[in-house]
Write a new protein. Structure first.
Length: 110
């Protein structure tokens, strides 16, 4: 990584790329697209989880991570750091559950 862009500043790009890839790969049930959907869901859950942990640690190290992304910054302003952290952690469960469902479907169909 360069000095200008830190790895945590790429979270919004990773999140939206993962969600876009998931939507584009939804049309087929072959093995490659199932693995792509699984990876995309895992990446989006990881991003939401990192944002949740950053919001819970807003005062110590999470401020730059939360303030870098406009959506998380708005959530933090409206709900406060603690509530937005728990909201983002709860939202991280949704793609994780879909990833587990995708893995289970992949296992049962193969």
């Amino acid at each position: 990584m360069s000095a200008d862009i830190g790895p945590l500043e790429l979270l919004p790009l990773l999140f939206f790329t993962a969600m876009t890839v998931y939507v584009l790969a939804m049309g087929s049930a072959d093995l490659a697209r199932s693995l792509i959907r699984l990876a995309a869901l895992a990446a989006s859950a990881a991003c939401l989880g990192v944002w949740g942990v950053a919001a819970l640690s807003y005062e110590s190290w999470g401020r730059p991570v939360i303030d870098e992304f406009y959506a998380t910054s708005i959530i933090e302003r409206h709900l406060g750091a603690l509530r937005s952290g728990w909201l983002l952690m709860t939202l991280a469960v949704v793609p994780a559950a879909f990833a587990l469902r995708e893995a289970w479907l992949l296992k049962t169909t193969r």
